[in-house]
Design a protein around this ligand. Structure first.
Ligand SMILES: Cc1cc2nc3c(=O)[nH]c(=O)nc-3n(C[C@H](O)[C@H](O)[C@H](O)COP(=O)(O)OP(=O)(O)OC[C@H]3O[C@@H](n4cnc5c(N)ncnc54)[C@H](O)[C@@H]3O)c2cc1C
Length: 375
């Protein structure tokens, strides 16, 4: 069975490594990504606030040593899901099973003024640029602003606000600055009232203003204002933006999307095309967009393929559950265990920030690195 996996992020790496660990060198898996290294999403916050260097957070794909997995650094140019054929800048691949794990791209141009004077911190290059902007920022109003309705890692803007407060305090310029967080939700983490309550208290203690139920619509760097989606304005000397998200262009061109994302069967992650699955941020499966959900979905696809190759029972359906970590400042990390599918609406169980959870998050990253890259 020729398995071709598009995208070596959270979803693609989890899928390829699960298949490799179960099937070994009898596996025929091609894993394609245009990048030369994997970066954990949360490492971009370490980069942004100068806790890690750009080199330290990159995990090169050349380190990938999984039996039966061929990594190809190529840019995917087209996907034909009916034929299960993929064309890259270098090759054409025909697959028996095609898994699309191409994540979400950013559309900074959708927010007028963002490219001219703002700083998005969600991409690797954007986090480097935002870090450099922050380094010379000594006074004024910062807005951490979400520009679209659906965005990766819902806790990340709250984490950025908390870590920014800490960063500016450490530099002795916090009193000369304000921090405002603009989010399209009524509370920071809608599935978990306890997490939201604790975050709102944390914001109040750090003098972070939380503007609920709004998005940043545009930025006027010269005038020093952001305009929100109801035409109200906020003073802003530095916009740190979570840009509008969209499916990668190659996915939009494949005919797989509906309303911007790939619809999948919630239990199996199958698309409407036989032999074609999709996992992670590129789908509209119904969870938040986060690595831990991409990983869980990839695990279910891997188990289905292993059962097909080896024989055996079909796995339990994807359950939409995952554990998210929340940076709390002072080297503490909180945790929220989120369940998107069990009840009538998503729920989340909060654990107070602690050094034990800080250690747990470090273990989480180390275990993925070992599982995804080591033979
Ligand atoms: C600041 C920040 C903090 C975050 N914190 C967390 C966290 O604490 N926990 C968590 O679970 N998630 C977190 N996330 C979210 C997480 O990074 C993503 O949700 C996750 O990476 C999604 O996995 P994925 O496999 O769907 O896509 P990705 O990991 O984005 O992988 C997609 C891959 O496809 C490749 N690709 C795209 N287009 C092409 C093409 N045309 N050709 C070839 N390759 C292509 C990309 O290079 C990429 O490697 C955070 C994100 C950010 C930005």
């Amino acid at each position: 069975m020729r398995i071709v996996v598009l995208g070596a992020g959270f979803g693609g790496l989890e899928l390829a490594s699960r298949l490799s660990d179960a099937i070994g060198d009898a596996l025929d898996c091609t894993l394609i990504d245009k990048a030369d290294a994997f970066v954990f999403g949360y490492s971009k916050l370490d980069l942004l606030f100068g806790k890690s260097s750009a080199d330290a957070i990159r995990i090169p794909y050349s380190d990938l040593a999984k039996l039966g997995v061929r990594f190809r650094q190529e840019e995917i140019a087209s996907v034909d899901p009916a034929a299960r054929r993929v064309t890259t800048d270098l090759e054409t691949y025909d697959a028996d099973v095609l898994v699309i794990a191409l994540g979400a791209d950013y559309d900074t141009a959708a927010t007028p003024g963002l490219d001219d004077g703002g700083a998005e911190f969600y991409s690797f290059d954007g986090a480097v640029r935002a870090r450099d902007r922050l380094a010379s920022f000594t006074s004024g109003d910062v807005v951490i602003g979400v520009c679209g309705r659906s965005f990766k890692c819902p806790p990340a803007p709250s984490e950025a606000a908390i870590l920014l407060d800490e960063y500016l305090r450490d530099r002795g310029v916090r009193d000369a600055t304000t921090i405002t967080l603009v989010m399209p939700f009524g509370v920071p983490i809608p599935p978990s009232p306890d997490t939201s309550h604790a975050l709102l208290e944390r914001f109040a203690g750090a003098d972070i203003r939380f503007v609920a139920d709004h998005r940043v619509a545009s930025y006027d760097a010269d005038g020093g204002t952001v305009t929100l989606d109801d035409d109200s304005t906020l003073p802003c000397d530095l916009l740190m933006a979570v840009p509008v998200h969209r499916a990668p262009e190659v996915v939009e061109g494949s005919g797989l999307t509906e309303n911007g994302w790939i619809p999948v069967d919630r239990g199996t992650l199958a698309t409407r095309f036989p032999g074609v699955y999709a996992v992670g941020d590129v789908t509209s499966v119904g969870t938040a967009k986060a690595g831990v959900f991409a990983e869980g979905a990839a695990r279910v696809v891997a188990e289905q393929l292993i059962a097909q190759i080896r024989g055996g029972d079909a796995p339990a359906p994807y359950d939409g559950k995952a554990t998210c970590y929340v940076e709390w400042g002072d080297d503490l990390v909180g945790r929220v265990q989120v369940d998107f599918f069990s009840g009538p609406s998503p729920t989340g169980v909060f654990s107070q920030p602690s050094t034990a959870i800080t250690e747990e998050k470090a273990q989480f990253g180390a275990s993925r690195r070992a599982r995804w890259f080591a033979a």
